[in-house]
Design a protein around this ligand. Structure first.
Ligand code: 1CP
Length: 355
């Protein structure tokens, strides 16, 4: 029997608007999906989570499959994103952590010293078997809808490990980065290896695209990003480039970093609402597609506001493509906020598709 989801079983979805826009082909319509489309905005998600912790859900193939499919059934988006979390590969590789409701990832023993870094272990594919099973199941159930796999970028993972949990200023993280560069690069090298292993496992299981979330990279200056982060994120993309799937590189507050993030080697760069797509087109490498960039808060402001803002993003995307971007994938500039009315998301998807 061929290995589950081995490379030669990758499906081809030539009609997928998402895959077309992400690879520089002309899509039949503007593709749209939403970061954090699976999760707390959906009552059917909250019902499942009431009976399972986040970690139980992340390591149960049936639950991963069901939660991934929920927004596809409801909203008719052009891509599914695997239900998981950026800290799942860290948990799987043996780091004691939990995802605490209304907080986020909390680390048992924060990583602060060379000895802490040396104690970290590599991720072995068998440690994420429920995830590879879910990917195989999803690929057969999703039909024409592509499945996006993902991982946290080394910097954003490091921020949780060093701080011990969510943080506003990333003080300890940046202090280690600037004050103990050897420890920092050792940590980033280990995290890069874990991220590559997690993404490669998802690709081998059959995901159609990948996204690297460097959500908190925008806290860095361009010079520091280039010295302390870019070499590691570049290694992620060069390791995965041979897989032949579109690769998106995303962060928040990254206006000044878009050029450097694009140089890391992604085919698509995510843009938040602070930068117009047209301006972003001039900052990224030639041949790069853009993803974004509706402000998630707009979805809370009533449909007349949503409609105006959605139309503006689609128009900005057209201008960005005219200005040289390889394509535009409609998305938010960051994730869906938990208080978002899901029917507004459904209506926004229909509106994008009508334009
Ligand atoms: O209580 C709950 O039900 C948990 C809430 C939740 C969910 C649904 C968390 C905790 N993570 C997730 C799933 C998740 N996380 C997905 C899949 C769902 C989808 O996108 O549809 C993805 C892609 C992520 C990625 C993730 N986790 C990121 C990067 C994206 C981003 O939003 O910037 C980050 C930074 C995390 C950490 C995390 N996990 C959970 C929370 C609340 C947070 C953020 C904590 C913080 O503010 O620092």
């Amino acid at each position: 029997m061929a290995a589950l989801g081995s490379m030669n079983t990758r499906r081809e979805l030539p009609e997928s608007p998402y895959l077309a826009a992400a690879t520089g082909r002309k899509p039949s319509r503007v593709p749209v999906w939403f970061m954090r489309q699976a999760g707390r905005s959906l009552p059917e998600y909250r019902a499942l989570r009431a009976k399972n912790t986040m970690m139980q859900a992340c390591f149960d193939a049936e639950l991963i499959t069901e939660i991934t499919l929920q927004p596809i059934r409801r909203h008719g988006v052009d891509a599914a994103i695997l239900f998981s979390d950026i800290v799942v590969p860290l948990r799987a590789s043996g780091i004691e952590l939990d995802i605490v409701p209304d907080v986020g990832p909390v680390i048992g023993h924060p990583v602060r010293t060379v000895a802490d870094v040396k104690a970290m272990k590599m991720l072995e594919p068998h440690q994420v078997t429920p995830i590879t099973q879910a990917v195989s199941q999803l690929v057969s159930e999703l039909g024409d809808v592509p499945l996006i796999g993902f991982a946290g970028a080394p910097f954003t993972l490091a921020s949780y490990l060093v701080e011990g949990g969510p943080s506003r200023n990333h003080e300890r993280t940046k202090a280690m980065m600037l004050g103990e560069p050897a420890t920092w690069h050792a940590l980033m090298t280990t995290l890069t290896d874990v991220t590559i292993a997690f993404l490669q496992t998802q690709v081998d299981a059959g995901v159609d695209a990948i996204q690297l979330f460097d959500s908190w990279a925008g806290t860095l200056s361009l010079a520091d990003y280039r010295s302390y982060v870019l070499p590691h994120s570049s290694r992620v993309f060069s390791a995965l480039a041979g897989a032949g799937v579109p690769m998106t590189h995303f962060g928040v507050g990254t206006a000044e970093l878009l050029g450097a993030m694009s140089q890391a080697g992604a085919t698509v760069v995510g843009v938040d609402w602070r930068t117009s797509l047209t301006d972003a087109a001039a900052r990224v490498q030639p041949g790069t597609a853009l993803q974004g960039n509706l402000d998630p808060v707009v979805l809370l402001a009533g449909f007349p506001v949503v409609e105006r803002a959605v139309r503006a993003v689609v128009e900005d995307g057209r201008r960005a493509v005219d200005a040289g971007a390889a394509g535009h994938v409609f998305n938010l500039g960051h994730g869906v906020l938990p208080g978002t009315d899901p029917s507004v998301i459904t209506d926004a998807v229909a509106l994008v598709h009508s334009l």
